[in-house]
Every structure is written in C-alpha cells, then in structure tokens.
Ligand binder design. Structure first.
Ligand SMILES: [Zn+2]
Length: 535
C-alpha cells in the first residue's frame, strides 16, 4: 500500500521481497505460511520498519525507489530491510520472545540472517566490510559510553530505549561467532532444529543456546558471557619470534563491568601468515598444515605457537573480523605495506589500507612506498570496483575521532582534507584514468557491477575535488549534468555544496526546482548542504 503517485516506485521492493522468500526457503528451509503478504509504506514513520505478522509497516524511504530518485545505497538498504522484516516471520513471529529481555533473540538472529541474505545477493567481501564499518561507527561508541549495556539487558525502565545497535548489531556478531565456531553445516542443523522445536512458542536466548548445545555437542557456558558483558573487549597480541616458529600471546582486557574482568570470553580468532615475498604461507598448528587457522581463545592470557612460520612472516590477524573486539597489535609501516599487497583476506586488506591511510593523516608529505601501494590498489578497479572504492576512501573524521582520546575537530578535518589532497595530487593521473575507464556503457544500468563502478567513480571524484584544480571542478559539474541516476547527481552535488564554486547556489537551486515535489529527494538535498565541509 502506497500513495497513488508512488505506485511506479514499488518494483524493486517487490523484487526484493520475492528474493527474500526464495532465499529463506532455500537457505533456512523456511516457507511463508499465509496466502497474502502485505507491506504498507508510510511517509511519517520514525523507525525503519515493523514486522507485524502478514502486514509489515515501512518507512517510505525503505520501500520507494526508482533509479532517477534513489541512490544505489537506497537500493541496498531496501534489499536488506525488506529481507530483515520478512525473515522476522520466522525469527520473531512464529517463534517470539518470552519477555523483552530477549529482544536480541529475534533481532541479533534476524540481522545476521539479513546480512547473509545481502551477502548472497552481492559481494560478500564488500558486505562484511560495510557491516563492520557500521558496527564500529555506531555500536563501538555506544559500548564505550555511559549507556553501554549487555546484548541482553539485566533491567530496564523503558524497553523502547533498548532498540540499540548493541542489541541488533552486536547481537548479530554473536550469532556470527556461533556460525564460525560450529561451521556452516552444524550451524544450519542447529537452526533447523530451533525453528522446528519452538515453532508457535515464546522463548528465551537460553532456549536457543540449549538447542545449539544439543545439536553441536559443545558446551556454551563460557560463550554465553557475550550476552552478559557490556563494553568492547580489548585483545592485545604480542609476538615471540623463534627460528622456525612464531608464538602469539593474547591478553583480554575489559573496560566495562570490571567486577567480571577476571572471567575470560571465548573469542573465535581466524589467523594466517603472509610471506615477506608477498606470498601466502602454510603454517602448522595443532597438527594441521594450513594457510588459515581458527583459534579459540578461552583464557585471559593465552599463547599459541605456529610451526613452519619463518622469522619474517607477517601474521594476518582476526581475519574477516571474526569477533567484535578491538585488536591491539604492534605492526610496522613496512609490514602493513606488504600486507596491503599480500593479504588473502579481503577484510584485512581493507583494514591494512585504512590503517595506512590513518597513519598518513596529519603528515605533511606522503612516502613513496605508500603512494605506490595506493596506486597498486587502483589496479584492482576492473575486477572489484566496489572493494577498491572502499579501500581508497580515507577513514572519515568521525571514525578518526572515535579512536582518539582527545579530539580537535578543526584539526581533524583539515588533516583529513590535507591527506586527501596529497594522495589525489600524487596519484592524479591514475585516479583520473580509473575514473574515465570505469564509466558504465549504459549510464542507467542498475546491476551490481554498474553500481560498483559508480561508487568507485564518485569516490575518486571526491578525492580529486580536494586538489581544488579548476579542471576538476569542471569535471564534477560535467558529471552532475551528465548524470542519469540519483547516485551520480547527488554525489556531484554534495561535492559542489562543499566547494566555494560560483555556480554552487545556482546548481542547488536548479536541483531544488526539479525535485521539490519529492520529499525523499529533498531530504538528500538538505543532507548535501548539512554535510557541506565549508559552511
Ligand atoms: Zn528487526
């Protein structure tokens, strides 16, 4: 159900719903139970959406989309949220909560399910990076703040205040860790049993964990602490390098709920080693030769030794971000440069790019090794444009601020822009070439590859804009005028809104005149100006 004038903007949400139904049948073996499934889109709805049985209520911006009015990000969100609400039909409605303390039983599990769903409908590597970024941008600050709370709260005055990033996103990370520890096959066996046994009932997180224990044959007493412990754990890693082996010493540290700080968490930790010749290595651990190993860290201080690991081998730690912790490991600039080229885990490759950029922010000039490594990243643009776009984006001032003890916003912003202009000047030709060569043949194409190219081109456009070269401003305005999608026009408008260009006012007015009857587009027009770097 939508307002009459929005009827033509429903196609994508319909397709997303059909994909969701098919996916849940194929992957979890769960079918829809009614003859009719209804969605109503409401313009004035404060939340994202609500999974009322058979009749989902949606904020209009998560249903309505056409290429002319919605960005690729909007389409991504619609896919994820339509999926999320639909999946609640089982994880939330058919099996519901005994009481509100169990909120994460449905939300953590359903967020994990919608992450898997989106991952299967695009690039899994990119999806994992976006999910971790979201976790770090929203959940980590919450977990560090005075409103930190466990994934399952112990008490509440108003449950509406607990629809939080911790209950949702950290809750999903807990389910993901269960998936990692059990392996795919046993995880799905356990879930099948869970949905069968409790169908039609109102249950608790313990009920779910008990089924998982029964099916997998492993105890989850220690693992359960993830539901009880507020705060993001710190995981310190030290290396002891021997002749032919390396030992990693882990130490868990807790900044919240200090009264429980003597009780270690169970942390699944994926690890591999990279050769200094930039080739992946096989090492031996626990009688097994392999490139990647899965460790289970169960003690506050614990060591693991890897055989056949040469002195100069570089560890690739916490691959795929296998647990929601803050990793504290000493890695040198040279090791990061090698890792950036050699990484076999796409999340860690992204992480290496981010760490290096962060290290460069605040510098007056960039070392040649770094610029070369950055240019090498661009050479992947043809095969994975979206990943490249994410890897070349410097960490935002917000992300930098989250990691620092004291924050001077003026300095953060000017350092961020300074870095962007330095890297753009030193890779100017490579960036421009990549921009030109990744143009879509059909500028209106909406498939994943086309969206990835747009993400890359718009990222490059932003970096180039920080050089303040007049020819770049012309390029941006041409990009705006040639745009055939909202993604392209709003990206260019955002950059112009951040500039002192004499045409700035004119373009903003032109955009307003064209779209003033569409409230969702006008929200973007507001956002472009509110987010302007130069007020
Ligand atoms: Zn939900």
């Amino acid at each position: 159900y939508v307002d009459h004038e929005n009827l033509h903007k429903c196609d994508f949400a319909f397709t997303a719903l059909k994909h969701s139904m098919k996916w849940d049948e194929e992957i979890y073996g769960l079918e829809y139970d009614l003859d009719l499934f209804m969605i109503v889109a409401v313009n004035d709805f404060n939340m994202g959406a609500m999974e009322n049985k058979g009749l989902n209520i949606f904020n209009a911006k998560y249903v309505l989309a056409s290429p002319e009015t919605a960005t690729d990000k909007d389409f991504e969100n619609i896919l994820g949220i339509v999926g999320h609400e639909y999946f609640h039909n089982w994880s939330g409605n058919r099996i519901t909560l005994r009481d509100w303390f169990q909120l994460s039983l449905k939300e953590g599990l359903t967020v994990f399910r919608d992450q898997q769903f989106s991952s299967d409908h695009g690039s899994a590597a990119v999806k994992r990076i976006l999910d971790v970024k979201r976790l770090r941008d929203h959940q980590f600050p919450e977990d560090d703040s005075p409103i930190a709370h466990p994934v399952r709260p112990e008490s509440y005055i108003e449950i509406n205040n607990f629809y939080t990033s911790t209950v949702y996103e950290k809750g999903a990370e807990i389910i993901r860790m269960i998936h990692t520890l059990l392996g795919k096959e046993i995880y799905f066996k356990a879930m099948t049993e869970y949905f069968k046994r409790f169908d039609g009932q109102a249950v608790t997180i313990e009920d779910m964990l008990k089924v998982i224990e029964e099916v997998s044959g492993r105890k989850l007493d220690q693992f359960k602490r993830w539901y009880q412990r507020p705060g993001t754990p710190l995981l310190h890693v030290d290396r002891v390098i021997g002749e032919k082996e390396q030992t990693l010493k882990f130490r868990q540290e807790f900044t919240k709920a200090k009264e429980h700080a003597h009780e270690a968490l169970l942390i699944p930790f994926r690890i591999a080693f990279l050769g200094s010749d930039k080739k992946p290595l096989e090492t031996s651990y626990s009688g097994k030769m392999a490139h990647e190993h899965l460790l289970e860290i169960t003690e506050l201080e614990q060591s693991f030794t890897f055989g056949d690991a040469p002195k100069d081998a570089i560890p690739s730690l916490l691959r795929g971000f296998s647990a929601p912790v803050k990793l504290k490991a000493a890695t040198t600039f040279e090791q990061k440069i090698i890792a950036l080229a050699a990484e076999t885990d796409s999340f860690n490759k992204f992480e290496a790019a981010q760490d290096l950029a962060e290290q460069m922010i605040g510098k007056k000039e960039l070392p040649k090794d770094y610029v070369d490594a950055f240019k090498a990243l661009l050479s992947n643009a043809k095969t994975d444009a979206y990943f490249t776009a994410l890897a070349i984006q410097p960490p935002t001032p917000d992300q930098l601020a989250n990691k620092r003890e004291s924050i001077d916003l003026e300095i953060l912003y000017s350092d961020y822009l300074k870095y962007s202009s330095l890297i753009a000047e030193s890779s100017y030709q490579e960036l421009l070439d990549t921009y030109l060569s990744s143009a879509n043949k059909d500028p209106k194409a909406m498939d994943g590859k086309a969206a990835a190219n747009r993400e890359l081109r718009n990222t490059i456009l932003f970096l180039l804009s920080t050089t303040n070269r007049p020819e770049v401003l012309k390029l941006i305005k041409d990009h705006y005028r040639a745009a055939q999608t909202m993604t392209d026009s709003i990206a260019a408008l955002q950059i112009v809104a951040s500039s002192q260009d004499p045409e700035r006012e004119g373009l903003l007015n032109e955009f307003y005149k064209k779209w003033h009857k569409d409230p969702l587009v006008i929200d973007k027009w507001f956002a472009a100006q509110a987010g302007s770097l130069h007020p």
